[in-house]
Design a protein around this ligand. Structure first.
Ligand code: NDP
Length: 328
């Protein structure tokens, strides 16, 4: 029996239980490409899956992990051959399809993106789904017509994964960035990533007004709920917010006033089922628009055995920046 190490989630008497286990290769799910996984990462959704705090996992047993970078071991897909370096984000991996925290993954070739030439597998997962989502969020603001001349952009949950990468990308592109955070002690870190201003989370956490003083041309929000409602109320005429997260809650207790009186747009961002052409564009942009030194400064590395602690930490909002997981 050929086995490999994996972080496996099983149903337990109450809820679910995640543990490092030897997984039988014969039990991998269908797919036309088998990948030797080199790195994965810790995203908020991985935290929810491992801690069992939300019903992310829909099949048991499940190998957790929604994204990976690695090398193709074998392929029946016309686009991929042994030795190719690939990235996978989403498509239900770690939710409905056996996931990334494993030495081996078998997936559909149609889900894979080629690793950009200048990005290593480790850097790809330092970026991870959080960073690729930050890029999608920036692209949505650009498609809306926002440029650095439009005015400052607010990034909520700035010290988290999506937030940190968003701050670094926006600053490289020349935007003035207001980093909003509940961790003022991370001010130097956020300034190092390129934030021009640090804004206390409390500014966006009171009861939302229908309209507040116009402050930002746009925003990238990974928090949702009251934070997003307050942010929308402070967006300047004609601006836009990319909404990608729910770290503060899934509700949106706001008003339509910003939309109908200021022409503000709410841009929904989904990384999981995002079509391939947009994924490829996002990864191409990440090659040029994210400063690698800043990426290194926001990243730390752990092994598979440290995942349960990292999962608890990310759900508690205690992870700063990005965590890569070295597999094997
Ligand atoms: P992190 O935990 O790294 O970052 C979230 C940040 O949000 C925290 O660091 C904290 O930032 C802030 N935060 C946490 N709790 C609260 C709260 N109660 N109120 C206000 N702010 C809070 O997670 P990620 O960056 O990996 O993911 C962020 C969100 O984006 C998640 O909800 C995730 O599910 C979502 N996401 C969505 C994707 C999509 O496809 N749409 C893809 C990837 C992520 P600070 O301490 O600076 O205030």
């Amino acid at each position: 029996m050929a086995t490999f190490k994996a972080m496996v989630i099983e149903k337990a008497e109450s809820g679910t239980k995640a543990a490092l286990a030897d997984f039988d290769e014969a039990n991998l799910m269908d797919g036309d490409v088998t990948v030797r996984v080199e790195y994965s990462t810790v995203n908020y959704k991985d935290g929810l899956a491992i801690t069992g705090k939300a019903p992310v996992v829909r099949r048991f047993p499940m190998i957790a992990g929604i994204d990976f970078a690695g090398t193709v071991e074998s392929s029946d897909h016309p686009d991929w051959k042994a030795g190719d370096k690939v990235i996978l984000n989403g498509w239900g991996t770690g939710e409905t399809h056996l996931g990334a925290y494993a030495e081996k993954a078998r997936v559909k070739g149609d889900w894979l993106v080629r690793l950009p030439a200048t990005i290593s597998t480790r850097e790809a997962m330092a970026i991870g789904t959080a960073g690729y989502t930050a890029m999608l969020s920036v692209m949505a603001l650009e498609n809306h017509g926002l440029t650095p001349a439009s005015g400052p952009i607010a990034v909520t949950g700035a010290a988290g994964g999506v937030g940190s990468v968003a701050v670094a990308i926006l600053s490289k592109l020349g935007f003035s960035v207001s980093a909003t955070t509940g961790r003022p002690e991370q001010a130097d870190y956020l300034k190092g990533l390129g934030a021009s201003e640090i804004v206390e989370r409390a500014v966006l956490s009171g009861p939302p007004k229908a309209l507040a003083k116009e402050r930002w041309a746009g925003g990238i929000d990974s928090v949702g709920s009251t934070t997003l409602a307050n942010l929308l109320s402070m967006i300047r005429y004609g601006g836009a917010v990319s909404a990608c997260g729910l770290a503060g809650g899934m509700d949106l207790p706001g008003s339509v006033a910003p939309f109908i009186l200021r022409g503000v747009c709410l841009l929904g961002i989904d990384s999981v089922m995002c079509p391939l052409p947009k994924r490829r564009e996002a990864w191409k942009r990440l090659e040029t628009d994210l400063d690698r030194q800043k990426l290194a400064a926001m990243t730390r590395e752990i092994g598979l055995s440290e995942l349960p602690q990292a999962a608890a930490d990310i759900v508690a909002g205690q992870i700063r920046g990005r965590v890569v997981v070295k597999i094997g």
